[in-house]
Structures are given as C-alpha cells and as structure tokens.
Write a protein that binds this ligand. Structure first.
Ligand code: ATP
Ligand code: F6P
Length: 820
C-alpha cells in the first residue's frame, strides 16, 4: 500500500515487548466454585492469589495529572487480585523518606469511586531530600521494614530518573543499613532486589517512548473548553487572544490545542519560528485575515516558548507586537493550573487503568536481570519500554534544546510531535496551489467528499483536513451535501478554504449525512453522477454504511467504468464497527459523554439509598462503547452482544451486587448495556430483575442515553484525529490518483485503490476494502476481529473485591484472549 504522502516515518524503535501473561478460561464452565479464586487453564494465566507474599508500593510524584487515580485504583485492585499486599506511599518520595503514617496499606474500598477524580488521592510532592543519598537511605529503610520490594512510580521523567537511580543503588543502600545496624542481615536476602516499574503521569507529554502520558488528554479537555469559551467573546469583539499553555519544555499541549482550535499561530520550544518571529507573526496575521476573513485570531504560547536564539517568548511579547505593529485589540489569558484540574477524561481513565494493570504484571514478570521498565502507549497498545533508555532519550531532548539543535529535538520527541507539527503548519498556512491562478479551473482534478451513516464528532474536522490538503496540493475539493441522495439531486459544490472555518470543533455532519448505502440508493445512478460531476476520486466519511458503500462501489466497477477511481473511507461512527479500524472518529466524544452521565448518576445515587443504575449505551451491534465506557466509569458489569449472556448471568450479577453493597461499604452500583445486546434481555428487563431481586439491599434505576452520546462539540481527540484523518486520507487519495491518471483520464480497476483509513498516524494506515470484507460479518455489521474484547476481563477483576461472598463467580465470564 502507498504510505499516503507527507507524513513522517517512525524513529528508531527503542521498545521491547516483554512476554505478556494471559488470562484464559475453561470454555464449558458456567461458574467457578467459590473457593477456587483462579481463572486458569494454562501456564500463561492470571491466577487469583498467584503472587501472594509479594508486596508492592505505589506512589505519585512530580506534578499531579488527571488519570493518576485510575492507575492507582487498577494497581491496588489487580495487585490484590493476585494476592499481593499493596502500600500507598503518600506524598511521593517525601512520604518514602518520612515513612510512618505516610506508608499505609491500601484497601479495595479506598479506591472506590476514585476513577474519575483528577489530581492524586495519595498526594504528590517534589522532594529535595530524595535527590541526595542520605534521603534515599532513609527511604530504603522504610521500604525494607515493610517488605516492599516492588515499586510503581507514577510521575514525570524526574520521578522516573530518581526511581531508576534508587534501584541501581539498592544493594549498596541495604548493605549500609545492615552495617549500621539499622536492619537485620536477613533482609539482604529477603529484600535483595528492588523491582521498579514507571508509569508516566504528566500533562506535558514530554516523555520519549510513549505516544501519550497520563493526564495529557484531560489537560487538552480543559484547554479546549477554555479556548472555546474565549472564542465566543473574541469573535464578538473582533479581538485577538494570546493564551499561555502549560508545558515547561514541551509544546505538545499548545500544538494539539492549536490544531483543535484552528489557532492562527503556536509558539512552542521544540520548533521556534525561523527568522524574525515578530515580523513572521505580523505577516501571517495580515495574510490569514485576508484569506479566511477571520473575526478573531487565537495564538497559543507554551510557557517554555523560545525563539531560535533561545530567548523566551512570553504572551506579553506577542501582545505588544500585535498591538504596536498591527493596531490590534489583544487580550492575554494564562490558563495555569486549571489545565491540571478537574476530572480525568475517559481516555485518561482508560490508559491509567490499562497502564496500572500492565505495571503490576510487569513487576510480577520481573526476574533478576529484567531491566526496570516504563509502561508506554504505542497507538492503542500498552507496551513495556526499558526505563533508562526512555529517560536518557528524554534527557537528551533537554541537552539538544540547550544546544538550540531543534531538528534533533523534534526527531527525539518522536512520531507524534512530528505528525502534529506537519498538520498544524499545513492547516495554518493554506497557500492555494499556483494551479488555481490559471484563468480556467477546467483541468483541475475534482475530489469529492460525502458523509454516509449516522453523524459522529470528527466528521467535520475530517472535512476541513480534506479541503486544506486539496487546495494546497492543487486539486478542487467538492462537498456532496446530504449524502448519496444529495448526489442524485446534484447537491455538489466546490469548497473554498474560508468555508470550513470553525469546522474542527463542530459536532454532527455539516455536509448532512444519511444511513442509506450506495446500493440502496442505486450504484448505477451514483456512477452516472460521478461522471456528470467529473469526480476523479471519492472520500466517504462515516460508519459501517460508508464501508459497505465503498464495497458496493468496488463491486460496481465491473459494470461501470466511472467507478474506477480511487475511493477511501474515513471511519467515523460512535459504534466503532468499521472493519480494519481500531478507533473510529466519534467514539471518544461519545465515551466522554457516557462517562459524564455515569459520574452524575453515581453522584446522585450516593445521596440516595443504595442504588444500582442500569445504563443503556449506543453502538448498534458493537459492544465497544458499552465496554470501554464501563471500564472508564468504574462500572460493575457490562452486557454486550459479543459476549452471549442469559437470564442466569443477569441474576448472578444482581446477586453479587447485593453482596458487594452489603459487605464492601460501596453505596452504588453501575451496569452498562449495549443497545442491541439482546433482543429479549432488554435494559428494561435487567432493570426490573435488579429492582425485584436486589431487595432489600438496593433499588434499581434505568437510563437510556440515546442521542445525547453523539455530542454537540467534538472532544480534543476527535478534533485532532479528524483533521489528521482528513489530511491523511486525502494524501493517500492524491498519491493513488497520481498513479492512475494518464492522458487526461483517471482509471483504476485494482481493488487496492478502494481502502479504509485505518489509523490517523503510523505507517501502514490504509487497508483494502476487498480484503477487509473477508474479515467482516455482514449480518451484524461487525468486524470479525475486535481488539478491545480482551479488555472485558479487566472489568471483572477491577469491579469485584475477592473477599465478598460469591465474588469468584464473577470471573467465569472472562474469555480467552491475549494480553490485558
Ligand atoms: N536525578 C534524580 N535523583 C533522585 N531523585 C530525583 C531525581 N530527579 C527527580 N527526583 C525526584 O523526583 C521528584 C519529582 O521530580 P520532578 O520535579 O523533576 O518532576 P517530574 O517527575 O519530572 O514531574 P513533572 O513532569 O510533573 O515535573 C523530585 O522532587 C525528586 O524527589
Ligand atoms: O505545579 P508546579 O509545581 O508549579 O509545576 C508546574 C509545572 O508542572 C507541569 O504542570 C507538569 O510538569 C508543567 O507543565 C508546569 O510547568
């Protein structure tokens, strides 16, 4: 497959995949005996109690970040499931050095109702004493006394550097403690090794080796909420706003926020503007005001922004330049710690949970020669990376920054920042290709975009990405309004750049969309219209319908030559059921909306008598939205179509909820159900069973979230992913077009020219629809392989404390699969 043009390739891979433990189940078992708390059938399983005797210490250090609590919750609960003792080390390294009340045994209940909370419930600090050996000696003594030989550090690069140093010094520290009679010599054997795993929690996203750190996504939520609000007043008064964004040495937050808010300019430390930035800024603002008739200019400045000589650029400098040179009305807003505040986003809850789980597994897997590792994110996969290598690379960024070697800095920061820089620069600086200066536009190739399926956030962002890319590369972008029906009615128009202003954040589909597929409308009529409007390539944005339409058009090529053009599908649906795509546009917004609703329900339940909520989510036949939202909202159980369930399962969950509410001190329960999970075992039915059988422990309520999930405004992820997908799909389309455009004619009958954009970043991002169709269930409109199904086991481990009666039976539904 062609790679899709302008996007950069991966940096050298530093990641090491460790052996992953697996969970498995006995396929025929319906319920495990209560005394058998293990879920096992092979030697690669997670067995309840398997690691009894191990002691884990967890601490948060450096700046707090939303999502740290989700990680702590997972560490405590997975650790306890495995039979480990888990200690909270409060106030970061300070608590480790102080000991006593700062190191306390964690209980299952202490993590109840914490997954959504911002900040860190176990406190964080910056501790100077730990930077010196005597401080670390005290810390070692405190750990040894409690038998803690496994540490999970959640923090930024400083915290993880400290952890690694501590590990290296451990044998020497122990020897010194014995020699000075502070601990007994047997501890040299029982505590001989300190295993360390690092989780990167920092809103800055400044750690090399991971695509995202815990907290970044929530910080982007806070930033964009604020920028959206600033926009309304800025537009009213035709004012410019200069906004300072956190990130001492890292510009990730302003860069992504810049793409997502259509900012005019961002100043970041990694990529200072060439030449005189003051002049460049003024020229750019003058030009962009002409070309897209903006009523406002938003300029984002990283707190650590510098120019090419290393002098800092402050908001007040930018304000002065614009006021003095362009006579603009300019206001400055410093967002400050608001960015680190508030609830964790759905994404941070999920990665916190998954990374926390993986951290415990990594500790248990560690042997004497296993290097300390950091748990990182690679696309949607959670991986282990050698800690020191990642820390060294991160430190190298600092050195190169001091040397003002910005090219190296960007290289070291990795794929993610490079792709975002490319997209931001492209979008902010759309220069129409010289071809548009010709007197006639007749010879310019025409590329059309159509929306097909239910609306989803990110569709409009994709449209903006598409238009920008077409115009700058010399192709004429066309919108087909109101889907295929609109095409038949000739609702096809060329689009100017200024028309797609403020598309990025807008929910729904500005083009208008509908669920009828190409075949339902008539492939022949579509072919005729493609010919009539002289369309040379087509991008379809939407859900399963979009995929199906592309497949139908592919098959239609046999009879209609007009369809022998490049066709690409950008997956956009809250159902996440487009084959080949792991995460479609729209899902993130929907998940955040579901989490918000669940948080509010839980809150209201906490003031009522004990209550269990049954919440119905969307997702058509796909359980993704229900399952991932259940994980992110800390639900007790989830019913989805992919996991067959019976009345007995519903009854069992009810029974366990009764026990949980009676014995664990928890006051409310939450159960999610996908809308099409089962025709007969409806949400109402489950609610009624719970209401009847839950007595006297709890009463039940039901909520159907319906169209509220789709969302009015796109989440940061959907905005940025939408723009990237639009650019990427267009890059692929234009490249493919260049291969099949000869003698003024476009012709391709190769199935490889009808594809799905499966990822917004990375290399192999386009899969052929024909091949994907082989892996598709066209009866239920689902891909046959769904990566996320393996996460269901986590939900059950995290939601049932092992010491409640009957808990073990919660695990019988765990299905076989790969790693957590
Ligand atoms: N080189 C080091 N040796 C020992 N301990 C260290 C070292 N660097 C940092 N620490 C410990 O980690 C703590 C937190 O480090 P730091 O202030 O750099 O934050 P961070 O983990 O990088 O997080 P953030 O990205 O939020 O700033 C320090 O206060 C100190 O206790
Ligand atoms: O809260 P403090 O200690 O002032 O630290 C602020 C710094 O921490 C971060 O929020 C996270 O590292 C930076 O973006 C910011 O510069």
């Amino acid at each position: 497959m062609p790679s899709g043009g302008d996007f950069h390739t991966d940096p050298p891979n530093t990641q090491v995949h460790f052996r992953k433990r697996r969970m498995s189940y006995e396929p025929d078992a319906t319920e495990l005996p209560t005394d058998d708390r293990s879920v096992t059938s092979s030697n690669e399983t997670i067995v309840a109690g398997e690691w009894a005797g191990n002691v884990i210490g967890v601490f948060t250090s450096g700046g707090d970040a939303q999502g740290m609590n989700a990680a702590v919750r997972a560490i405590v609960r997975v650790g306890m499931f495995l039979g480990c003792k888990v200690y909270y080390i409060k106030e970061g390294y300070q608590g480790m050095v102080e000991g006593k009340d700062d190191i306390v045994l964690a209980t299952w209940e202490s993590t109840s109702n914490t997954i959504h909370m911002g900040g860190t419930m176990i406190g964080s600090a910056r501790c100077m004493e730990f930077k010196e050996r005597p401080g670390r000696l005290k810390a070692a003594k405190n750990l040894v006394q409690l038998g803690i030989t496994n540490l999970i550090a959640i923090g930024g690069d400083g915290s993880l550097t400290g952890a690694n140093l501590f590990r290296q010094e451990w044998p020497g520290l122990l020897r010194e403690l014995v020699d000075t009679n502070q601990i007994t010599s047997d501890k040299l054997v029982t505590s001989s090794r300190l295993n360390i795993v690092g989780l990167v929690g920092s809103i800055d996203n400044d750690f090399c080796g991971t695509d995202m750190t815990i907290g970044v996504d929530s910080a982007l939520h806070r930033i964009l909420e604020s920028v959206d609000e600033i926009m309304t007043t800025a537009v009213s008064h035709k004012r410019a706003f200069v906004v300072e964004i956190m990130g001492r040495m890292c510009g990730y937050l302003p860069l992504v926020a810049g793409i997502s808010s259509e900012a005019s300019m961002v100043f970041i430390p990694e990529d200072p503007p060439e030449g005189d930035w003051r002049q460049g800024l003024c020229d750019h603002i003058r030009e962009s005001s002409k070309s897209d008739a903006r009523r406002t200019q938003i300029i984002l400045v990283a707190e650590g922004a510098i120019d090419r000589s290393g002098n800092s650029i402050k908001c007040s400098d930018v304000q002065r330049v614009l006021t003095e040179r362009l006579n603009m009305d300019v206001k400055v807003t410093v967002l400050g710690h608001v960015q680190r505040g508030g609830k964790a986003s759905a994404f941070d809850r999920i990665i916190g949970t998954r990374m926390g789980t993986e951290a415990v597994m990594a500790l248990m897997d560690a042997g004497p020669d296993t290097p300390a590792c950091a748990i990182c994110l690679d696309g949607i996969d959670i991986i282990r990376t050698p800690l020191m290598k990642a820390v060294e690379m991160t430190k190298m960024v600092g050195y190169k920054m001091n040397e003002l070697n910005f090219e190296e800095v960007v290289k070291l920061r990795g794929r993610s920042i490079r792709n975002h820089l490319f997209v931001f620069n492209l979008q902010r600086n759309i220069v129409p290709h010289p071809i548009f200066q010709r007197p006639s536009r007749k010879k310019i190739l025409r590329i059309a975009m159509v929306h097909n399926g239910q609306p989803a956030c990110g569709m409009n962002a994709a449209a903006r990405g598409f238009v920008g890319m077409c115009i700058s590369k010399g192709y004429l972008p066309l919108f087909i309004f109101e889907s295929w029906k609109g095409l038949l009615q000739d609702k096809v128009e060329t689009v100017e750049w200024s028309q797609v202003q403020y598309y990025t954040s807008a929910g729904g589909s500005k083009l208008g969309t509908s669920s009828e597929t190409a075949e339902e409308i008539g492939v022949v009529r579509i072919a005729q219209k493609i010919h009539q409007h002289n369309i040379s390539a087509l991008i379809i944005v939407g859900g399963f319908e979009a995929f199906k339409s592309a497949y139908e058009l592919l098959k239609g090529r046999e009879n209609y030559q007009e369809l022998c053009i490049p066709i690409n599908v950008i997956p956009a649906t809250i159902a996440n059921n487009v084959p080949g795509c792991k995460l479609s546009l729209g899902c993130d917004t929907a998940m955040n909306n579901i989490c918000k609703a669940c948080d509010e329900l839980k809150q209201s339940a906490s003031s009522l008598q004990q209550t269990v909520y049954v919440v119905e989510t969307g997702g058509e036949n796909c359980g993704y939205l229900a399952m991932l939202s259940a994980l992110a909202s800390g639900a007790d159980a989830c019913f989805i179509k992919e996991e067959h369930f019976t009345i007995r399962d519903i009854y069992n969950v009810c029974k366990k909820l009764k026990n949980k509410l009676e014995f664990s001190g928890v006051r409310q329960g939450l159960v999610l159900r996908n809308e099409n999970a089962n025709l007969n075992l409806s949400t109402d039915f489950i609610y009624r069973v719970f209401n009847e059988e839950g007595k006297p422990q709890f009463s039940a309520r039901q909520t159907v979230l319906g169209h509220t999930q789709t969302g009015h405004t796109a989440s940061p992820y959907d905005r940025c992913a939408g723009i990237k997908a639009g650019c990427r799909a267009t890059a692929w389309t234009l490249f493919t077009l260049s291969q099949c455009h000869q003698g003024g004619k476009v012709f391709t009958d190769s199935p490889s020219t009808v594809t799905v954009t499966t990822q917004t970043s990375g290399k192999e991002s386009f899969e052929s629809v024909e091949k994907l169709a082989l892996r598709t269930d066209f009866v239920f409109n689902l891909p046959k392989d769904q990566w996320w199904l393996r996460l269901n086991k986590l939900l059950y481990i995290l939601s049932w404390p092992l010491d409640i009666p009957d808990a073990a039976s919660a695990y019988y539904r765990l299905s076989a699969g790969s790693s957590l």
